[in-house]
Design a protein around this ligand. Structure first.
Ligand code: PNS
Length: 161
């Protein structure tokens, strides 16, 4: 059984994330969608909120689980016997940072591979920060996040003008 981890801040989950997780779930037996603390970012949603939004957004995908993790990705992968990390790559601008994380994880856990899936063209521009900016200014987030979580995100972030 091949288990992989899709890690991220997911602050909040976007349609781009849903696409990457769904494609990973079609390629591997089990996908752990892991919400991590990114020490260089200050999240807008709590860990519990991010997990709940992910669970709702991914309700139709069967071979996944959503977890919150405090600690190192490389160590968690060992604990869960995961063979790879799966991440989406949007543009060249993502590459340097993702390459650095991949090499760090490989040093910490030499068994661990990183698999990059190229973002779909329609989600190349999309990020959690874009969603937050548009929602805070009461804009339309229909094309950015799954329909079932629009309301929650807008309620939580809206009217911050
Ligand atoms: O969605 P993000 O913020 O680009 O995801 C980055 C994340 C959370 C995957 C990364 O910060 C991470 O792996 N955090 C866990 C802590 C860790 O292992 N850090 C060392 C790897 S550079």
């Amino acid at each position: 059984m091949r288990t992989v981890i899709c890690p991220g801040s997911f602050d909040p989950v976007t349609l781009g994330h849903v696409d990457i997780v769904t494609r990973a779930a079609a390629m591997f037996d089990h996908v752990i969608v892991a919400v991590f603390v990114n020490l260089s970012k200050k999240p807008s949603f709590t860990m519990d909120e991010r997990i709940t939004l992910l669970q709702k957004a991914l309700i139709g995908v069967k071979n996944i689980e959503v977890v919150g993790v405090n600690g190192l990705l490389a160590e968690y992968a060992k604990e869960r016997d995961a063979c790879a990390v799966v991440k989406g790559l949007r543009a060249v601008s993502d590459f340097e940072y993702e390459f650095q994380m991949s090499l760090t994880n490989k040093k910490l856990n030499p068994e661990l591979e990183t698999v990059f899936l190229t973002s779909r063209a329609e989600y190349m521009y999309l990020s959690s920060s874009i969603v937050k900016q548009v929602a805070m200014l009461d804009g339309d987030i229909t094309n950015f996040v799954p329909q079932c979580i629009h309301g929650e995100i807008k309620e939580r972030l809206g009217s911050k003008k």
